[in-house]
Design a protein around this ligand. Structure first.
Ligand code: ZN
Length: 148
């Protein structure tokens, strides 16, 4: 059963602009808040968005393992492909993982392939496939149509 909740997010332009200036820094308030909106589609802000029952168990396992790993990494060394804010709780983990999925795509795919796979499945896209190899993290512009 799909539950639809009327939701809205109010974002400050002063917070939106800095996040949009660098598409590869892993920080984007729009992506972050959008992930929270997706997370609470089922009525709970718990880091588990609406998923088909067949994928829910794998999602819970992968994101649970990666969340605990981030908590350990942040305690030892706060540098990670995921923002340290993700170690706060599972909803924040899902939100910062979504930011990295779109902005640090190649690094996330390389360092956390299982997490990348889960987010790829959930968001229905593979941004790393569009990335420009010499500028990691930056999606390539759309390909020009070929004439044949
Ligand atoms: Zn948040």
């Amino acid at each position: 059963m799909r539950v639809t909740i009327a939701a809205e997010a109010c974002l400050s332009w002063d917070d939106v602009v800095p996040g949009a200036r660098d598409a590869a820094d892993g920080s984007n308030v729009v992506l972050h808040e959008f992930a929270h909106q997706l997370d609470q589609e089922d009525g709970e802000l718990d880091g588990a968005p609406l998923l088909p029952p067949t994928t829910l168990r794998t999602w819970g396992r992968v994101l649970g393992v990666e969340y605990e790993r981030l908590r350990e990494e942040v305690a030892a060394d706060p540098r990670s492909v995921l923002d340290a804010c993700g170690a706060t709780n599972r909803p924040e983990f899902f939100a910062v993982a979504t930011e990295s999925f779109f902005e640090r795509l190649l690094q996330l795919e390389r360092e956390d392939p299982e997490l990348y796979q889960q987010l790829k499945q959930f968001h229905g896209q593979n941004p790393a496939r569009r990335a420009v190899p010499d500028r990691p993290g930056t999606p390539a512009p759309p390909a020009a149509p070929t004439s044949s």
